[in-house]
Every structure is written in C-alpha cells, then in structure tokens.
Ligand binder design. Structure first.
Ligand SMILES: Nc1ncnc2c1ncn2[C@@H]1O[C@H](COP(=O)(O)OP(=O)(O)OP(=O)(O)O)[C@@H](O)[C@H]1O
Ligand SMILES: [Mg+2]
Length: 221
C-alpha cells in the first residue's frame, strides 16, 4: 500500500547560522491511507510544525515529504497549493472562518478555490449532516464555538480530501462539544476512507486512534 504521507529525515530550523533553532530534528514516519494517527507531546515539541510541513504551509529545511507519492519539498507556491487543494483538508484550533461570510458561504468558498461552482446543495447537505441545517445562513459571529468548528470541518471536507490534518481541533471547545466533534471526525474519516492526522492533548482521543506518534523536543520517541 502506498503511503498517504511520508516524511523522510525531515528537519525544520528557524533563524540563521549563529542563532539557529532546531524545531524538528531529522524525523521520519509514514501514514497509510485510511490510517488514523494522533500526534501528542509537550507544548513546543513540534506538533504544529509537523502539520504545517505536511500541508506545505511551511517549508522543510532538509529532507523529503511525500503526499500521496508527490514530493512537495521544493515545489513552487502554485504547485504546492494545487497538491494541497487536491489532497488535504485542514482543521485548526482557531476556526479561521471568514467573519463576513455565512456558514454556507464559507464552505462554498473552499469549493470555489477548487474551481467547483454551483454546489450549494452539496454544501447544504454536508452542513446538515453536521447538525447545522438551521444555521447555514448565519455569520460565524452568530454561531457557538462548537457550531463554528463544525462549519470549519465541513469546509475542510467538502472537497473530499484523502488526508485530513487537524491541529487540536477541539482545543477551544468544552468537553461535550469536543466529544461530538471527535465522533464526527472519526465517523467521517471511516466512511470516506481518508487518513486522519490529529494533534491532541487529550489522551482519551489519542487512544481511539490506530496509532500514536509522540514528539519530544523535535524528535519522535
Ligand atoms: N517562526 C518561528 N521562529 C522561531 N521558532 C519558532 C517559530 N515557529 C515555531 N517556533 C518554535 O518551534 C517550536 C515548536 O513549535 P510548535 O508550534 O510546532 O509546537 P507545538 O508542539 O505545536 O506546541 P503547542 O502544544 O504549544 O501547540 C517551539 O519551540 C516554537 O517556539
Ligand atoms: Mg501547536
């Protein structure tokens, strides 16, 4: 089986020669298609950095990163965004919805970025699946945190990505909302046969994954 994500000796450094911060130190791992993996580790260990690299939002200092067998290290920004759009859905701890667009408009924007137009019905259906039928024409500021995160997840999933990257998706939610959000992500992942990589501080969430990758001080332990 080919890997959905493959990191090979990936390092990430910030700063210059005299004052270098080694954030990730030659890490290697691979995630299979349909695999559900959590990334855990202390604050500052490099978890978000892995998500940023896997999504091409940050560039590796050395090493190779393959997304569905495509090398992404060294790609130009436009090639990178194409690989990202075709393969990856991202969910962040802060929802990053566009504040002056309604719930459904936020989801449609993600389709339009992929040159998919007139898909109102699909967007409405997905938001309905996530229990938001009555909220589709509301602005993010009129929605609760849990509702906003469900819109953000719908936006990430509407293009049917093969890989979902989530960085503490429940970090801003209370425990009841967190649990239903995680259920929703797991159900969707299973149903649509995607890979899920999720950074979490919650051990009970990590334990539900197929595998746990633990990061400490920029290295996998
Ligand atoms: N632009 C930057 N310049 C310098 N150092 C950075 C930069 N971005 C991140 N870092 C450093 O890289 C390290 C890893 O950061 P990262 O955000 O990946 O940690 P994390 O494991 O996600 O932590 P948390 O659990 O707090 O979210 C930290 O020490 C951070 O200070
Ligand atoms: Mg982080």
């Amino acid at each position: 089986m080919s890997a959905a994500i493959k990191f090979n000796n990936v390092s990430l450094n910030y700063g210059n020669k005299n004052d270098i911060v080694e954030v990730l130190k030659s890490i290697s791992f691979s995630i299979d298609s349909e695999e559900v993996v959590s990334i855990v580790g202390p604050s500052g260990s490099g978890k978000t950095s892995i998500i940023m690299l896997a999504s091409g939002l940050e560039t590796a200092s050395t090493g190779s990163i393959k997304i569905n067998d495509h090398e992404i290290v060294g790609l130009k920004e436009n090639e990178l965004s194409e690989v990202r759009r075709k393969n990856i859905g991202i969910v962040f701890q802060s929802f990053y919805l566009i504040p002056n667009l309604t719930a459904i408009e936020n989801v449609l924007l993600s389709l339009e970025a992929n040159h998919q137009y007139n898909r109102e019905q699909d967007a409405e259906e997905l938001l309905g699946e996530f229990g938001l039928s009555h909220r589709i024409h509301h602005l993010p500021g009129e929605l609760s945190g849990g509702e906003q995160q469900r819109v953000a997840i719908a936006r990430a999933l509407i293009n049917k990505p093969k890989i979902i990257l989530a960085d503490e998706p429940t970090g801003n939610l209370d425990s009841a909302n967190s649990e239903s959000m995680i259920d929703l992500l797991f159900d969707y992942t299973k149903k649509s046969k995607t890979s899920l990589i999720m950074v979490t501080h919650d051990n009970s969430v990590a334990d539900r994954c197929d595998r746990i990758i633990e990061i400490r001080d920029g290295q996998i332990v």
